[in-house]
Design a protein around this ligand. Structure first.
Ligand code: MN
Length: 499
């Protein structure tokens, strides 16, 4: 969806004039080699751009200022090949608004046992130079990612690549617009929250349009555009017989296509990155958007139902991070349980709107009644999701802070057919197990709405929370309920003090 190659991460090497010209020349050469190698590694999703060595407070300040104002720069990698006295970094770090990765590496992998002398020691000092830099970042209480290891090690390149994806998701949120058609579902708590605080913390805005504004755009859709999209449905999905041309439900398929085109047009014209709707406010619409929401999500828009703007924005960010990767990200809801003591599972789904990016095989396009909302039968895509490792992520508003809660899970293929279930679905086992996974989720106040991801890791979402400066809580393989409750209590104190 998003072309991440439009983005840059700047590779900034710190030093000082004390070393003399010859050493500084070597520092610059080595930094250029490392930046070039990272830039050329096949898994690197963005461009890594070498910047001239910074040696004075003024140079440091200016590279940070330039990074802030550069439209394509989504973050900085800092490396201290030599010692770079860190008081020089105060001014720059104080104004830096882009995410920071501290790469603690050195140019040579091995100690050159036979040749090592004091000139070599003079040049290759990151083992202590990076500690001086690290002190200042910690002293200033700034969040950053620290990556340790040799720059040619694939694991290190992967860590940097994963972080670059997160930085792209963060960048995508800055100035982003999300639109809500209608308000929050009446009386629902967890999907609501402080949109002012969210804009301040996350950088995106959320504003409402009455459904009538959307209906006007939907009704302006041309028959030719509907013909074209209906053909696309037929080409891409297994169409229910009743939906095919000449059959009794074909008009509903055309109506669904009209809704999809209308919403897409509205999003494009308003430059929106995602949307929410609610079945309680569909005046003038024939159906609740089903296939429309599913396909718009698949093309990269954020979406969540019932006015849940926090989840819609999270879906968008995670889709941006995952651009170009196999697997998908979808709006999700914990729906119902399988409590067989030998095989406990959660069945995740929604009324309609699960993204086909997580589908296993070709979805079928079907029409069924919907008992809620009082509208005509909506068209939807029905499929099973692929088995394998995944996670659920939820952003909740705790009143004094936002919390990003993540539960690692393993998805399983359904062991039986579900011939009467007319919606897309996923079956998963939460870590550490069903009982403790669900217990911890509820204790942490996690929402029933999530972003379900097959290709973004908990570690990446941890980095994302740090970029945002919000709380991150993980439920994973090692979750112990006693410690988990302590963590929640201790975080409560931390966020009261650290406001
Ligand atoms: Mn829901």
């Amino acid at each position: 969806m998003t072309d991440l190659k439009q983005f840059q991460i700047w590779f900034v090497t710190g030093s000082q004039h004390l070393y003399g010209e010859e050493t500084l020349k070597q520092v610059a050469q080595h930094a250029q080699v490392i930046a070039g190698a990272l830039d050329n590694s096949p898994q690197m999703p963005v461009n890594i751009v070498f910047k001239p060595t910074v040696k004075t407070p003024d140079e440091i300040y200016h590279v940070c200022m330039d990074a802030n104002s550069s439209k394509n720069c989504i973050g900085i990698i800092a490396w201290m090949h030599t010692f770079s006295p860190a008081k020089m970094w105060i001014g720059g770090l104080k104004i830096l608004q882009k995410p920071l990765l501290h790469l603690h590496t050195q140019f040579n992998r091995d100690i050159p046992w036979g040749e090592i002398d004091m000139d070599f020691m003079n040049l290759n000092q990151s083992a202590h130079g990076d500690r001086e830099f690290g002190f200042m970042v910690s002293r200033m209480r700034l969040n950053r990612k620290v990556v340790v290891g040799h720059w040619q090690d694939n694991k290190i390149i992967e860590e940097i690549s994963n972080w670059a994806r997160v930085a792209a998701g963060w960048h995508d949120w800055q100035g982003a617009k999300f639109v809500r058609f209608g308000d929050n579902m009446r009386y629902v708590a967890v999907t609501d929250g402080d949109k002012v605080e969210a804009e301040y913390k996350f950088g995106y805005s959320v504003n409402t349009h009455g459904i009538g504004d959307l209906v006007k755009v939907i009704n302006a859709t041309s028959d030719a555009a509907i013909d074209k999209l209906v053909k696309e449905y037929g080409d891409q999905y297994k169409l229910d017989n009743g939906l095919k041309k000449g059959n009794e439900k074909h008009a509903s398929l055309r109506e669904a296509a009209k809704i999809e085109i209308g919403i897409k047009t509205f999003l494009e014209e308003g430059n929106y990155k995602g949307f929410t709707d609610t079945f309680e406010d569909l005046h003038g619409m024939a159906q609740l958007p089903g296939i429309a929401a599913q396909r718009l999500m698949a093309s990269g828009y954020g979406f969540a139902g019932e006015g849940d703007w926090k989840t819609a924005a999270l879906v968008r960010a995670m889709k941006t991070m995952a651009s170009g990767l196999p697997g998908g990200n979808s709006f999700m809801e914990d729906y119902t349980y399988h409590f067989d003591p030998n095989n406990q599972l959660v069945l995740g789904s929604h009324m309609l709107e699960i993204c086909e990016s997580i589908a296993d095989g070709t979805p079928s396009c079907e029409i069924h009644p919907l008992g809620i909302g009082g509208k005509a039968d909506p068209v939807r895509l029905v499929f099973n999701a692929a088995a394998g490792p995944a996670l659920n992520a939820s952003v909740i508003d705790m009143g004094n802070r936002f919390r990003l809660l993540v539960n690692e899970v393993v998805a399983e293929a359904p062991m039986q057919n579900l011939p009467k279930l007319p919606v897309a679905r996923v079956l998963w086992k939460p870590y550490p197990d069903m009982q403790r996974g669900c217990q911890a989720w509820i204790l942490a106040g996690g929402a029933h709405h999530t972003c379900y991801s097959q290709n973004i890791s908990a570690g990446q979402l941890h980095d994302f929370a740090e970029m945002a400066g919000i709380e991150f809580v993980l439920i994973g393989r090692n979750t112990d309920i006693y410690q988990f409750k302590n963590e929640l209590r201790w975080n409560e104190v931390f966020y009261q003090i650290n406001r």
